[in-house]
Design a binder for this molecule. Structure first.
Ligand code: FPP
Length: 235
């Protein structure tokens, strides 16, 4: 049976969930945060090793001020709660994204990363102030600095080196990408890492995503034929 070690999720539809109920968008994000906690527990239970969620993109800063403030305050409370519970849950948490511009959350992010560093259960990556192109730009900058100081020759650059220079570092590439709420695009998420991932799109909005939906996505993944550019082996 093929392996499913890493699920990446573009969580989408919080705003629509709230609108449908006549609630402010903020309430959709509150419910979305609860779904993140639920899906972490489910992934742990199902033996998924890595979960990467797209929580806030480099483009999401363009949203109205009060919505951005509400989202940042949710992240802040989520970090507090994770700092308290990560040991008990044996969950390791890391941030992917540009830390410049996240100064208000950074002390808590760094604290959570350090208190959870040795946890061996679910490895959760939260993408905040994240853009796939921006991540590649920062990786190229890191490698260019080595070329400039003479410690690396341009012809020595390998795909592995580029992978390691990304925020995701040594984390394996996602096997399965899930996007909720019916949109079928990548929106600048993990552009390098998703090269050979299987994509699963569902019209269910993120706050309504549950175990049944997760099982459907996982089942679909197991029925896919992953060839990584090779041909199917004869049986
Ligand atoms: C997606 O729905 C939501 C976001 C991009 C905002 C941030 C996500 C959360 C608050 C979830 C919680 C995460 C953590 C780590 C606590 P949308 O607002 O784009 O929905 P719409 O497309 O229906 O407007």
């Amino acid at each position: 049976m093929k392996e499913l070690n890493h699920i990446a999720i573009i969580l989408d539809g919080n705003g629509r969930w709230a609108k449908k109920r006549g609630l402010p968008r903020k309430m959709g994000h509150v419910q979305g945060a609860r779904t993140v906690e639920k899906v972490c527990r489910l992934c742990h239970k199902k033996g998924i090793k890595y979960l990467t969620i797209y929580a806030f993109s480099t483009e999401n800063w363009k949203r109205p001020d009060d919505e951005v403030k509400a989202i940042m305050s949710l992240f802040d409370s989520y970090l507090d709660s994770c700092i308290r519970t990560s040991k008990k849950d044996n969950m390791r948490v890391r941030l992917l994204g540009d830390r410049e511009g996240l100064e208000m959350l950074l002390p808590k992010i760094e604290k959570l990363e350090s208190v959870s560093a040795d946890n061996t259960g679910l490895q959760l990556q939260i993408c905040i102030n994240y853009g796939g192109r921006d991540e590649i730009r920062r990786a190229v900058k890191k490698l260019s600095e080595k070329v400039a100081d003479g410690s690396l020759l341009p012809e020595e650059i390998t795909e592995d080196m580029i992978s390691h220079a990304l925020d995701s570092g040594d984390i394996p590439d996602p096997d399965l990408l899930i996007r909720t709420s019916g949109e079928q695009r990548l929106s600048n998420f993990l552009l390098w890492q998703l090269a050979y991932s299987e994509f699963y799109f569902t019209s269910v909005v993120w706050p309504d995503f549950d175990e049944e939906q997760l099982d459907l996505a996982i089942d679909t993944y197991y029925h896919r034929d992953r060839r990584f550019g090779n041909v199917k082996e004869e049986t």
